[in-house]
Design a protein around this ligand. Structure first.
Ligand code: AMP
Ligand code: MG
Length: 327
């Protein structure tokens, strides 16, 4: 059975965090909220503990994990951090920035998918930081969903996907950002964006200068996990780009009441279920939970509004394209 603690996300109960910290140290799994999505954590220095993550999620072994630590100093527990990386963390951590850095030799191979590098981040959430302080070890934690499904932004979504796999589930309510961290390769001379995410590229470039946007082939070589199916709901998902062509296609496939809609703009006709958001940040925060809700509404087709390519819109577009299995 999973032990579930309901916590105040701002001021979590230290006793619950202490229990969860001990559970992690003992090699078992703990699911916890971060500012991006829920993570499924294991002691990052134990290959045996980390192996449990791959089993619980059905995650392909060639998709490496992000290691979470409590402070900039603690990054050195798992990676070699040069001046540039340290300066970036000092500016953006805790927060949704993950840096890929040269790994220390004692980081187990399954964390890194046998790469010589490791992805590291410092989450900006009192529950995640409290847990990291209590367990005293770096924590490898991918999103706490079944591999391929929309990421979990609530404890309910974690329980729906993973059942009793986590020994402890820390319930801190809905996560604030709703999309995962921005992943940046900081090994080579120029920084490269491996995954757009919660930290807008514009903010990163204002501090770090130009960041490379790799072509797909390069990306596959650098960030193996990007090749796998991601974020997909159980219903076919269609994307509403700037023009309205998709609606003709969709209207030929389903009745209006069989269509679920999520987005910012008003759709051209009323759909069976509609979730609209006032701006892109709210859309990002609500997207994954909405996809999960719409799956349960007796619909046949989902349509999602494509946002701009700016700020959080860039990450949203990436997730929507993958959810629709277009990239
Ligand atoms: P997840 O934690 O499931 O949201 O995914 C972690 C992301 O970080 C995936 O896109 C991985 O491919 C990427 N990642 C993790 N470790 C590395 C690494 N050492 N090199 C490149 N990408 C990585
Ligand atoms: Mg994931």
């Amino acid at each position: 059975m999973t032990i579930r603690f309901r916590l105040d996300p701002e001021k979590p109960d230290e006793r619950a965090l202490a229990v969860a910290g001990r559970v992690l140290r003992s090699g078992r799994l703990v699911a916890f909220p971060t500012e991006t999505v829920y993570g499924l954590g294991a002691n990052a220095l134990s290959a045996e503990a980390v192996a449990r993550i791959f089993v619980a999620k059905g995650r392909p072994a060639d998709n490496p994990l992000i290691v979470h630590v409590a402070s900039v100093e603690d990054v050195r527990q798992v990676a070699r951090m040069d001046h540039r990386a340290e300066a970036l963390f000092r500016r953006f951590a805790p927060g949704p920035l993950t840096l890929v850095l040269p790994a220390r030799e004692d980081v187990p191979e399954n964390v890194r998918a046998s790469l010589p590098t490791v992805a590291v981040r410092i989450p900006a959430h009192p529950v995640a930081l409290g847990l990291l302080r209590h367990c005293g070890c770096p924590v490898a934690a991918p999103s706490a969903n079944s591999s391929g499904r929309p990421s979990p932004t609530t404890a309910e979504a974690v329980a729906d996907d993973l059942g009793n796999a986590p020994a402890v589930l820390l319930d801190g309510g809905s996560t604030a950002l709703g999309v995962e961290s921005t992943v940046v390769d900081a090994v080579s001379e120029t920084l490269t964006l491996l995954r757009p995410g919660g930290l807008p590229l514009e903010e990163l470039e204002a501090v770090a200068g130009k960041v490379l946007l790799p072509e797909t082939a390069q990306l596959l070589a650098h960030s193996p996990g990007t090749r796998h199916r991601h974020y997909a709901p159980t219903l076919p998902l269609f994307l509403w780009e700037e023009d309205g062509r998709v609606w003709t296609e969709v209207a030929a496939l389903a009745q209006p009441e069989e269509i679920g809609y999520v987005g910012l703009r008003e759709p051209p006709f009323p759909c069976g279920a509609m979730r609209r958001f006032p701006h892109e940040d709210a859309y990002a925060a609500g997207l994954f939970a909405t996809l999960r809700d719409l799956e349960k509404c007796n619909l046949r087709i989902l349509v999602a509004d494509m946002p701009s390519s700016f700020r959080i819109g860039r990450a949203l577009r990436d997730r929507l394209r993958r959810a629709a299995q277009l990239s």
